[in-house]
Design a protein around this ligand. Structure first.
Ligand code: GLN
Length: 411
């Protein structure tokens, strides 16, 4: 194999998703929904299949209808009129959006600052494009070990961020709402990060795939691209899969100034050329509907109920957790749960963080699959994640109720 892939370990998804299926565990692991997209979106996908032209190549920047719909939906969010011709790029999911952006901007040895924990795909996306990830931690306060906290209490130390910058630093990757923490960065935090980027002339790549999923008391989702002129250096990543319960469609997008988007576009054309056409039509229909119907508001309400259901389980079990301000994961402190000392784990788990064992045991013996967050840390920092497990609540209420029943057996 090529050097660039030879050291890849088996990823967490390909261990836990099949394990959940084999053991018939309730899958609160990988973040996908067990319900479909809104009817208007699903119907539009079916209709698209019935039109000849929506089955053929799309414009490599994305289908005009979707770029128009994105401009209509996001211009008010960004406080500027977005140009669908040059400031929006439709991508094959958010992951490919980021890959294409790294490909478009990194040279051999370019450094990219990521906050740890980080969504696992960033690392291979950076290294496969010759870049070097450099980490700066988000830290929970000490009382998080025995008390439930809000995700806003996880903090970045700006001086620590500054200390990571070298002449080779090219980019800062931001993720808000954050996976796995659920943190929504405040305007002040974003301003401080943006200022560092400005001082060192860095590009900001902000992964905002959960941007339509943030919870009260937040009334507005702060975007770094809208603050203090940072627009000029910011590329924002969005996701149809997260916003319209269609993670398998792989429709995402990038929003940013033409002078940046053009390089992501240049790289993307040489990877996928264009994105799957019928699903783009359907996501466009969803965004169009959201202009006149409370689709996102209703979705947020539904997710609030789900968050409350799952949070209550951990309250009942007296397990401290991080209450997420956004996205659909709860990071739980599992230190109080004991699995039998003589429990036999498969060999592959011995080369992983200790949290892999806990999550394996919860999946197999308690029947609820969750994700070990050490996957979101570099190896040296795996111990930081050893007492944590990530549970997803993007599931129907009945499934969350069943999961609750099983988890309460831990009492
Ligand atoms: N974003 C999803 C999660 O964190 C999974 C993405 C993936 O499977 N790579 O669960």
């Amino acid at each position: 194999p090529a050097q660039r892939v030879s050291k890849f370990e088996q990823d967490v998804w390909s261990i836990f998703t099949p394990l959940a299926a084999e053991t018939k565990a309730i899958n609160l692991g990988q973040g996908f929904m067990n319900f479909g997209p809104p009817a208007v979106v699903q119907e539009a996908a079916k209709q698209a299949l019935d039109t000849v032209e929506a089955n053929q190549y799309s414009h490599p920047r994305g289908r005009p209808r979707l770029r128009q719909a994105l401009a209509a939906s996001y211009s008010p969010e960004f406080g500027r009129q977005l140009d669908p011709e040059s400031e929006i790029l439709v991508t094959a999911g958010a992951n490919e959006a980021m890959f294409a952006t790294f490909a478009g901007f990194l040279d051999e040895g370019s450094e990219v600052i990521c906050m740890e924990p980080f969504f696992d795909q960033y690392l291979p996306n950076i290294t496969m494009n010759g870049g070097k990830p450099v980490f700066v931690p988000l830290r929970a306060p000490e009382h998080a070990a025995d008390q439930t906290i809000s995700s806003e209490e996880w903090r970045l130390d700006i001086d620590e961020l500054k200390s990571k910058i070298t002449p080779r630093t090219k980019m800062i990757v931001l993720n808000t709402p954050h996976n796995p923490i659920g943190k929504v960065f405040s305007e002040d935090e974003l301003r401080a990060i943006g200022k560092v980027a400005e001082e060192h002339d860095l590009i900001i790549l902000t992964d905002e795939v959960y941007d339509r999923l943030y919870y009260p008391p937040l009334t507005k989702f702060p975007r770094i691209a809208t603050l203090d002129g940072f627009w000029e250096r910011t590329i924002t990543v969005g996701s149809g899969g997260k916003s319209f319960a269609s993670t398998g469609w792989r429709v995402g997008w990038l929003i940013g100034p033409a002078h940046l988007i053009q390089y992501s576009f240049a790289a993307q054309t040489r990877v996928v050329f264009c994105v799957n056409s019928p699903c783009q039509e359907a996501i466009a229909a969803g965004l169009e509907a959201s202009l006149t119907q409370p689709l996102f508001q209703d979705q947020t309400k539904a997710y609030l109920t789900k968050r409350a259901k799952l949070a209550k389980v951990f309250d009942d079990l007296a397990l401290p957790y991080t209450m997420p301000q956004g996205a659909y994961y709860i990071l739980v402190n599992t230190a109080k749960i004991q699995y039998p000392k003589d429990y036999v784990f498969p060999d592959i788990l011995h080369q992983r963080g200790d949290d892999f064992k806990m999550c394996y045991w919860l999946t197999k013996e308690i029947g609820v699959c969750c994700i070990p967050p050490s996957e979101f840390y570099t190896k040296d920092h795996w111990p930081l994640a050893k007492n944590y497990a990530r549970f997803a609540f993007c599931k129907t209420d009945d499934v969350l109720d069943q999961a609750a029943e099983r988890l309460l057996a831990l009492k």
